[in-house]
Design a protein around this ligand. Sequence first.
Ligand code: PGA
Length: 242
Amino acid sequence: MKLIKCKDYNEVSAAAANITAAQIKEKPGSVLGLPTGSTPLGMYKKLIEMNKSGEIDFSPVITFNLDEYYPISADNDQSYYYFMHKNFFDHININTQNIHILNGEADDPERECGDYEAMIENAGGIDLQVLGIGQNGHIGFNEPDDFLISATHKTHLTESTVKANSRFFSSIDEVPIYALTMGVGSILKAKKIIILISGKEKAEALKQLLSGKITTKNPSTMLNMHRDVTVIADEEALELIK
Ligand code: PGA
């Protein structure tokens, strides 16, 4: 596992944007796996600037988002569909047919997840998977548990994640308690992975990730089984690392 030590959030965002841009320049039709959350916002802003200045072209790029609440409608301003369009897709020259997000309104969530997995395969697999991390070590909505599910699946959110995400909703009761998420196995199939970690509330999760020990109690530690992972972390997140 490679570690890029950054001074602050801005440096994390710049490093992540540069790696993503390099991937697109090397392979214009790259398949990207993309996250939501506060952490990737700075990276998305920088990628939008690079696209507007003509440095990178998103028209041949294909994207798959990591997860979506369930059930939730696409036009709900807390859906990840809404988030991705508002914060990224509406500002770049991506072909909308190349955007894939799990459908939070699917009648048959199991089928939706199976189809999603097949679509990733058909696109040739993910070239670069970008990840954030939860305070509890979750990646996507793969929450700490006695066991983890490998493929894309419907899952129950933990109380701590519902609480952490309630800051975006008018009340905690409005936070959906289920989600559809790529599984740990789907994530590990990506050819290359970067994980962005900023802030001291992520320090414990990061310490466990960098310990090299693998535990389902911190799903991010599964990344230790992959041979091309780059951790991009700032000083606050690294405060427990000597
Ligand atoms: P955050 O979420 O970037 O908003 O901290 C990350 C995550 O929960 O995966």
